[in-house]
Write a new protein. Sequence first.
Lengths: 234, 234
Amino acid sequence: MNLVADTAELKTGRAPRSTDSVYARLKQRILDNHYPPGAQVLESEIVSDLNASRTPVREAFVRLQQEGLLEIVPRHGVRISALSPGDMREIYEILMSLEPTAVELLVARRPDRAEIAVLVEACDAMEAALAGSAPDLAAWAAADEMFHINLARLCGNKRLAAMIMTVWDQAHRARMFTLTLRPPPVQSTSEHRAVVDAILAGDAERARDLYFAHRKRGGSELTAIIERHGIQRL
Amino acid sequence: MNLVADTAELKTGRAPRSTDSVYARLKQRILDNHYPPGAQVLESEIVSDLNASRTPVREAFVRLQQEGLLEIVPRHGVRISALSPGDMREIYEILMSLEPTAVELLVARRPDRAEIAVLVEACDAMEAALAGSAPDLAAWAAADEMFHINLARLCGNKRLAAMIMTVWDQAHRARMFTLTLRPPPVQSTSEHRAVVDAILAGDAERARDLYFAHRKRGGSELTAIIERHGIQRL
DNA sequence: CGTTTCATTAATGCATACATTAATGTCGCC
DNA sequence: GGCGACATTAATGTATGCATTAATGAAACG
């Protein structure tokens, strides 16, 4: 039993809305692969799974459809989105455009060390996850996510941050899936560190270029894995 | 009376859904200033305005909230989004990132003349709108919109196109409002033409830079107008 | 035996009823 | 006369009923 069902409750003091809870839980289940990509799920199934009534479930469907995590198939419930290699390309093209822009904006704001402490911590966590004899890939992925989410947040453009996170979420399962198939992300970790250095140095252009290169390399790596394994949808 | 209520009907042969119709009509009314920015509107008011029942209206609310055109205020209906100067800055930062990327992708696809004919036509229409003694600003704005929407469509990245159009829509009313306050968009028109030339020449970098400069100039112009007139929300 | 059509059924889209919450106004008390 | 508690009302959040549509299966026909 959780004492605070929803963060909105903390902020507003209002009763949590069932719609929000359904949305959050359903999204979590999609990201966690409880409903696997490509799956056709009936509205009634999710209603009973989440102990909710149809109205909040339908509203959650609409939100998640807009976020690209599922598709409402009229009269047939929903289909959980499955990413094709082409979708992955689209997603990485967008991230290669938006994320470097976010870094540039962040540098332009001249943040002090305290502001970007979360980024440094994320880098530390990534290194720690790879330090032992057996790398903790789940911990590394969580730290990587922290880095990118916070970078988006810190850029000062809320719309931009929201867009990055939406696209990032779309690729979440693909990242998790390829985590064990890729080489240990040592290079990726050091690239993050270099971006932080450039931010601290106030060098917008370098930060931008580094981040772009990081994203480009990540995209190529993912694409290569997908092709090598002949994966069609994930 | 329209014979085909929804394009989805044409594609699928299915009956048009009330939800889609409500969504489209409500969005139109927001973009057309029928519900002005900042307005608090009751769910019941829109229900009676659009002759629909509450369920489709609520689903349309969710979609439009995700698109940033309104905000659902729990227990108080919706508030039509009003853009502050800060919002305009956010929007232009995003367009300055995404649109040049779209041009780059388009050039990389090596389109032939037929494919980009719509862009040339849009340029022609812009020039025609400014040709007479009394410039037809509404026609110019429509042609400008055609240019940008089609450029996004042609880039080959559907997600990217959708994101551009969402942000573009958010700024629609602001563009319409400032249309009569800005100098005649002669320079803007020639800039479009230059972008098309670069696309045809297959020069991705030039096309990208031109588009970036175009967007940047447009943003500065809009910001200047907003500041000069002391506009706080629109 | 295969095919087509119709009846049955299940699932959804929409409409509406019910419960909950916030706002408004009134009455009583100070 | 002002202030506060309570009743009343209005509006929304949620649940559910009804109508429509698509799918399934059976039966009749070729």
